[in-house]
Design a protein around this ligand. Structure first.
Ligand code: SGN
Ligand code: CA
Length: 532
């Protein structure tokens, strides 16, 4: 009987039982999981940072709940997605790092379980897990640029068939989602994962957005000119600085470098995807910026700040289009009378630096990349205007959705359902700390391997592999994480307590440094063998 084990009281599966099961299935909530790529919580206006406006995303928070402490287990794309699909840490689901790992689609996942419980399931947009999606009735995923996808006229892979779709990626991904919703099997509840590529690097805005949030108008974070004193080697040796790592072509949108040399071919490839009329409008905006800079080249701090402003223009204008498309989806749900019985989630695969510490990108366990934006609306169960301060994780999506769907959560899932938390009934046993582990080193941006724990006030980080350093932060006194207090006698007691918290978490999740090091080293060897 297909209903066995899905939380229904069933004996033998007679046709009456089946009819009952169908009724129950119909009442199960739909799940619409909207996730963008690299969307910093600082760039969601509901979080109050004042740097841009996202009225549609904010609407989810206003009509539902906003989470102030939502964290990822491993701040990087593929690994975060694998955690969401499995409810398990990287060392349990086997996906440690982009490109190095390939997702094992044979394992137990959220869409598979929901499908077994009578749901119809789909994923559209960015996938980036190195293997084809499994457990979905329909999938149509970005396939260009190694699975990152392109902004203009992107390549998609629809259930194994490659196709270029004309248009701008954020609009297209939404169209695919709405088309599927329109054609779906309406006898079943749905679970749709709508995964935007934007605002991932290299932040190419839609043409009508160029100049909308003005060039030069962004507020510089107070620690933009960070000198990385007060922390260990990892912050100094990571390669994420706006001033030195961003490229003239790809990031600044110059067609020629200021020294006259050509830009790297990856950016030229992106530009060449545009149609001539698109390219003309693009050049109309960007060529004067390049020429203006070349007439009055900048150096040092002024150059770094100019690059920051360039970055913010492109990033924030790309976000506006994501927000607009969230609005299209919410309107569709309203129009079809689906809003009441649909859980709508908006999140990102991790956080992102918008100039804090002088950085872009993610990976570190420092706040901006550890935290993801998260808002959830479900009118039947979640009060409008709910604010959640309890700590939730991307590990929790799977058990939460299963809980709302009335499906038993498998015992090997490591996350916990936050249903009670978001409904204002947080159990006393709810987690008081979170555990983090980042692996991808050596790798892009050269952020060293590290793991650690965070409580409501403190954070302990251990860097390992070609490093042997600890850092600890008092987030109340030093929210920007500028000075590690590890080894400071004034914090001796806190440090001992945090060491205990770390040991407890590692025991709970079955992780330790030596095993991790061995497993990820082996993963890198396997990858090298595969690509040979
Ligand atoms: C690309 C980007 C990196 C980015 C990774 C991972 N470089 O490699 O800046 O950190 O993706 O991003 S780029 O030159 O190709 O733009 S992730 O979100 O997919 O994990
Ligand atoms: Ca990402």
């Amino acid at each position: 009987c297909q209903w066995a084990g899905v939380g229904l009281a069933l004996g033998a599966c007679s046709s009456k039982d089946n009819r009952q099961a169908e009724e129950v299935t119909k009442k199960k909530p739909n799940i619409l999981f909207i996730m963008s790529d690299d969307h910093a919580y600082q760039a969601v206006s509901a979080y109050g940072h004042g740097i841009n406006k996202t009225p549609n995303i904010d609407r989810i928070a206003d009509e539902g709940a906003i989470f102030n402490n939502s964290f990822v287990t491993n701040s990087i794309c593929g690994p975060s997605r694998a955690v969401m699909l499995t409810g398990k840490y990287s060392h349990q689901n086997g996906f440690y790092a982009n490109y190095v790992s390939v997702f094992d689609g044979k394992q137990q996942t959220l869409p598979k379980i929901l499908k077994g419980a009578g749901y119809t399931t789909a994923v559209v947009g960015k996938w980036h897990l190195g293997s084809d999606p499994t457990g979905f009735d329909y999938w149509n995923i970005l396939s260009g640029a190694g699975g990152q996808g392109d902004y203009y006229n992107p390549d998609f892979n629809e259930m194994g068939k490659e196709k270029i779709i004309d248009g701008y990626v954020t609009d297209i991904t939404t169209d695919l989602a709405l088309n599927w919703l329109e054609k779906r099997d309406q006898e079943k509840p749905f679970m749709l994962m709508l995964h935007q590529k934007a605002p991932h690097r290299n932040w190419m805005p839609r043409l009508d957005q160029l100049g909308k949030i003005k060039e030069g108008s962004a507020k510089l974070p107070s620690n933009f000119h960070d000198d990385y004193e007060g922390r260990g080697r990892a912050a100094r040796e990571g390669q994420m600085e706006i001033k030195s790592i961003m490229r003239w072509g790809h990031d600044m949108k110059f067609t020629t470098q200021p020294n006259g040399e050509p830009c790297r071919p990856d950016f030229i490839r992106e530009l060449n995807r545009m149609k001539p009329e698109e390219r003309a409008k693009w050049d109309e905006y960007y060529t004067p910026i390049m020429e203006g800079f070349n007439k009055k080249p900048l150096e040092g701090k002024a150059l770094a700040e100019w690059k920051f402003q360039r970055y913010m223009h492109d990033y924030l204008n790309t976000v506006t289009t994501v927000d607009e498309n969230v609005g299209r989806v919410l309107d569709y749900l309203d129009k079809k009378g689906l809003s009441d019985n649909t859980i709508v989630v908006y999140t990102s695969d991790q956080g992102f630096y918008l100039g804090e510490h002088g950085w872009f990108d993610k990976r570190f366990m420092y706040e901006q990349s550890l935290r993801m934006p998260l808002m959830v609306r479900y009118p039947k169960h979640i009060k409008p205007g709910t604010k959640v301060d309890d700590m939730v994780m991307n590990l929790d999506f799977m058990p939460t959705f299963l809980d709302y769907a009335g499906v038993d959560v498998p015992s090997d899932v490591q996350g916990a359902s936050f249903k009670q938390v978001v409904e204002g009934k947080t159990p006393k046993t709810w987690r008081k700390s979170i555990y983090y582990h980042y692996y991808h080193y050596p790798g892009t941006h050269m952020v060293k391997r590290h793991y650690g724990v965070r409580t409501d006030r403190y954070k302990l980080i251990r860097f390992y592999h070609d490093n042997d350093e600890w850092e600890m932060y008092d987030l109340e006194k030093d929210p920007q994480e500028m000075t590690s207090v590890y080894g400071d006698p004034a914090y001796a007691e806190v440090q001992a307590e945090m060491m205990k918290v770390l040991a407890e978490n590692q025991k709970k999740y079955g992780d330790d440094e030596q095993t991790s090091k061995r497993l990820f080293d082996q993963e890198q060897i396997n990858h090298t063998e595969r690509v040979k």
